[in-house]
Design a protein around this ligand. Structure first.
Ligand code: SF4
Length: 369
C-alpha cells in the first residue's frame, strides 16, 4: 500500500505508527530517557517521532554548537496548533540553544497564492507577534523571511535543483508544479543552510515540526547525502508532533475558522467554539454514566492535554473521571472554557506590546514586495 503525506494538503494523519513503518521515523519514546527535563509534549507522547534527535541531543549535551529552526507558512491567523510549535522553540531556547524562526513567505505566495503584502503582514502581525507573546525571546531569536536571505542561501536552492528529478518529487509530494518545486527546494535550504561553514557552521540543527512536514525533511536528508562531496552540509535532525484535531473533527486550519481557536479570537467566541467542539461523550448522560466517555476521541480532552493542563496528575484525573463515567461533557466543557479564557486573556494582554516588537523586527529584516 502506498502512503503519501502532502505537506500542503488537508489530509488528517490518524495512524502515526504507520510513519515509523513507511518512512523510518523513529519513536520518540526511545530517546526520552536522554532528556533531564522533557517538555510535556515529550512525556505525553504528543511529540511521537524523530530522526536523529539522539545525535542532536548528544552534541548539545557535550557543549557543541547546535541550533533549533522551524518555520511557519503565513497563510492565515495564528491558532493553537501553531502555538504548539512555538512552545517547543521556547523550551529549547530556555535550555540555551540558538533558535531560528523563519517565515515561509515565498511558499505562502507561491503555493497558497496570497498577495505579497498580505503574506508579510500575516508573518509579522500574526506569527512573529504571537510567538513573542508566547515567550519567545525576541532578542535571542533570529527571525527571517525566505525572501530576505543572504545570496548563499539562494545558491543552495539553485544547486539542489540539479540532483533531484521530477519523478522523485512526484513520488514524494504527489501532484507537483513549478511553485511547489521551488517551495520544496527552498525548504531544503531552510533546514540545511545553518550547517554550512559560511552560514552558521552549526554541527547539528533540529527541526521540530508537525508530522505532515516530513516530506521536506526526507528530501533534505537525501540531498545533503547527494551533495556530500560538493557542499559541506549536515542532515537535519527532526521531531514530529501530533496535530491537535480540529474542533469539528477535521484538520485544524486557519482557512476554516470553525475548526480552530485563534489566539486573537474574541474570548466569548472562543468559549462558544469549545462548547460546539466534538467530544468523546455518549448519546445521553445516563449512557455516559454507565459506559464512561471516550477521551481518546475527544477534542476537549486534547485541549486539556495539549494546552490547558500542565499537571500530569490533574490530566490523569480528568481522563479517569471521563472513562469511569463520573465526568459529563457539559461540566467538562465549562472547565475547559474557563481555562481557555484565562489563557487567552493573559496572552492577549501581552500581544499589543509583542506586536510593537514584531514591527520593530520587521523594520530590521525589511521584507519587501
Ligand atoms: S467528559 Fe470531557 S473528556 Fe470526557 S468525553 Fe466529555 S468532554 Fe471529553
Amino acid at each position: 500500500m502506498e502512503l503519501r503525506i502532502d505537506p500542503w494538503g488537508s489530509t488528517v494523519i490518524r495512524e502515526y505508527e504507520k510513519l515509523f513503518q513507511y518512512f523510518g521515523i523513529k519513536p520518540f519514546r526511545e530517546v526520552l530517557h536522554l532528556i533531564d527535563k522533557p517538555h510535556m509534549y515529550m512525556t505525553r507522547g504528543i511529540i511521537f517521532g524523530h530522526r536523529d534527535f539522539d545525535k542532536f541531543w548528544k552534541l548539545y549535551r557535550s557543549g557543541r554548537r547546535v541550533a533549533v529552526l522551524t518555520g511557519f507558512m503565513p497563510s492565515g491567523r495564528f491558532h493553537i496548533g501553531h502555538k504548539m510549535v512555538v512552545e517547543q522553540l521556547v523550551y529549547y531556547q530556555r535550555l540555551g540553544i540558538d533558535v531560528y524562526m523563519l517565515i515561509a513567505d515565498a511558499e505562502a505566495y507561491a503555493v497558497r497564492r496570497i498577495p505579497r503584502s498580505e503574506v508579510i503582514r500575516i508573518g509579522v502581525e500574526e506569527y512573529i507577534a504571537n510567538a513573542i507573546a508566547l515567550g519567545l525571546d525576541s532578542e535571542k531569536t533570529v527571525f527571517y523571511f525566505q525572501t530576505n536571505q543572504r545570496p548563499e542561501y539562494y545558491r543552495l536552492i539553485q544547486l539542489f535543483s540539479r540532483k533531484v528529478t521530477f519523478n522523485e518529487l512526484e513520488a514524494i509530494y504527489g501532484s507537483i508544479e513549478p511553485a511547489k518545486i521551488m517551495a520544496a527546494l527552498t525548504q531544503v535550504a531552510d533546514v540545511t543552510f545553518l550547517t554550512h561553514p559560511s552560514m552558521g557552521g552549526y554541527e547539528a540543527v533540529l527541526v521540530p515540526v508537525g508530522a505532515d512536514q516530513d516530506p521536506h525533511l526526507r528530501l533534505a536528508r537525501d540531498l545533503v547525502e547527494r551533495f556530500s562531496s560538493e557542499i559541506e552540509l549536515k542532515q537535519p535532525s527532526s521531531t514530529y508532533h501530533r496535530f491537535m484535531t480540529g474542533l469539528d473533527g477535521g484538520k485544524m486550519s486557519s482557512s476554516r475558522p470553525e475548526s480552530a481557536i485563534f489566539l486573537t479570537d474574541d474570548i466569548e467566541e472562543a468559549k462558544k467554539k469549545v462548547f460546539r467542539a466534538l467530544t468523546g461523550g455518549r448519546a445521553t448522560a445516563e449512557e455516559q454514566r454507565r459506559l464512561g466517555g471516550e477521551p481518546e476521541k475527544c477534542v476537549v480532552f486534547e485541549l486539556f492535554a495539549y494546552h490547558l493542563v500542565k499537571d500530569d496528575k490533574e490530566l490523569k484525573r480528568i481522563y479517569d473521571e471521563c472513562r469511569s463515567g463520573l465526568r459529563l461533557c457539559g461540566q467538562c466543557k465549562r472547565e475547559a472554557a474557563k481555562l481557555l479564557e484565562e489563557f487567552l486573556r493573559e496572552h492577549q494582554e501581552k500581544l499589543a506590546q509583542a506586536r510593537e516588537e514584531a514591527r520593530r523586527i520587521a523594520k530590521e529584516i525589511k521584507p519587501s514586495f
